[in-house]
Design a protein around this ligand. Sequence first.
Ligand code: K2U
Ligand code: ZN
Length: 172
Amino acid sequence: MIRQIILHPDTRLRTKCEPVANITDERRRLAADMLETMYAAPGIGLAASQLGVMERLIVMDCIKPDENNPQPTIMFNPQIISRSDETFSYEEGCLSLPEQFAEVCRPTEVEVSWINEGGNPVERSFDGLWAICVQHEVDHLDGKLFIDYLTPVRRQIITRKMKKMKRELDRG
Ligand code: K2U
Ligand code: ZN
């Protein structure tokens, strides 16, 4: 089922998530809900903490919908084990900061290890949008947001806008 995505500012988005001890059916259902929520947003990535579940679980699918060969990817306990020296800048957004965008510079290629939904360890390298997305999502698990790469002034401007948006949303 589609779940509500937590909006910044919220302490849960600033909390380091706990490693997952074992891959249970309940956690597989959570991953399925995360994918459904991500596709509905629409988005290309989502971290469990964005749904208020403080566990190290992310989902991604960076294949464009019109390419018609979706690649839903579920990662338990993802770890970035190496990063390219080469970096590139990309205008990032975040489902927890709707309508806020900013250029972020990240390594162009990363090697990631994780446990998949079958409970097996996987290790793979990612480049392009997948590399940006997996770094963005692993940051979420460490309580880090893309606005943390901006100057304090620009971060404050975005946070003030989000506080205003949340006040207006709370008024219904
Ligand atoms: O974690 C999230 O909030 C989902 C993010 C993932 C993401 C952000 C920046 C760059 C790559 C991935 C996005 O909001 S998903 C929306 C989106 C779609 C296409 C390209 C960039 C962002
Ligand atoms: Zn995000």
